[in-house]
Design a protein around this ligand. Structure first.
Ligand code: ADP
Ligand code: MG
Length: 213
């Protein structure tokens, strides 16, 4: 894949991610209202709009575009998810750089982002956060590392979806919703849900690019 193609693919991913957050904003807000402050949908849309707004500036490579979008997201979104998503994708983008973008490279970049989120956010899988979608996804992506990226990504998606579904049975011990403890039981974690939608948005774009060939 040429660098120009990769940059264009990343632009499409970021636009698709905004469309997905707009589509699901109400649902994310309702989930967050169950045990948090109800702002997760609004936060994600605000952040993604800011990421889309920096797309037009020249980017040397797809990784740079991702990290630039992540910083814009973080500044605009605010809240726990603004900071955490910002760190996740800024770190992943920096590590991705100019590629190559083989599955193993993308998996390693996402893993580096996940490590930063765990270190700074001090949550672990099982704490009912976006990590309950991200961690199983990354394990599955790693297991498919010898396959082309669009195939590996699609193969790994069900792990994120299952991890997200499982958060309904967890009691939050991190973030704002921790103070409401049991109230979060029975509801999926909004961050795990939004992360899964973002992963699905990536799949939609890279899966289509694959079938265009
Ligand atoms: P806020 O909690 O500031 O209102 P949001 O509502 O936008 O922010 O995002 C809440 C989501 O952020 C949670 O559903 C959870 O997935 C994620 N989150 C909160 N704290 C952490 C943490 N320490 N580590 C990982 N994810 C977290
Ligand atoms: Mg909130």
């Amino acid at each position: 894949m040429s660098e120009a193609t990769s940059v264009e693919t990343m632009r499409r991913i970021i636009r698709q991610a905004l469309a997905s957050m707009e589509e699901h904003a109400d649902e994310l807000g309702r989930l967050d209202a169950a045990a948090g402050d109800g702002d997760h949908g609004i936060t994600m849309v605000r952040g993604m709009k800011a990421a889309v707004a920096v797309l037009d500036a020249n980017a040397p490579d797809a990784g740079a575009l991702l990290s630039r979008g992540a910083l814009a997201f973080s500044d605009a979104a605010g809240g726990a998810s603004g900071a955490l998503y910002g760190m996740l994708f800024a770190t992943a983008g920096r590590q991705l750089g100019a590629g190559p973008y083989a599955t193993a490279d993308v998996a390693a970049a996402m893993r580096a982002g996940c490590d930063v989120v765990m270190r700074l956010g001090k949550a672990q899988p099982g704490d009912k956060t976006l990590l309950d979608a991200l961690e199983p996804f990354l394990v599955a992506l790693d297991a498919a590392a010898d396959r082309p990226l669009p195939v590996a990504w699609r193969t790994a998606l069900p792990a994120a979806q299952a991890g997200t579904a499982a958060t309904a049975g967890m009691v939050a011990s991190c973030g704002r919703s921790a103070t409401l403890g049991e109230r979060s039981l029975g509801h999926r974690d909004p961050g795990a849900v939004s992360l899964t939608y973002l992963l699905e948005a990536v799949d939609k774009v890279i899966g289509e690019a694959e079938s265009d060939r």
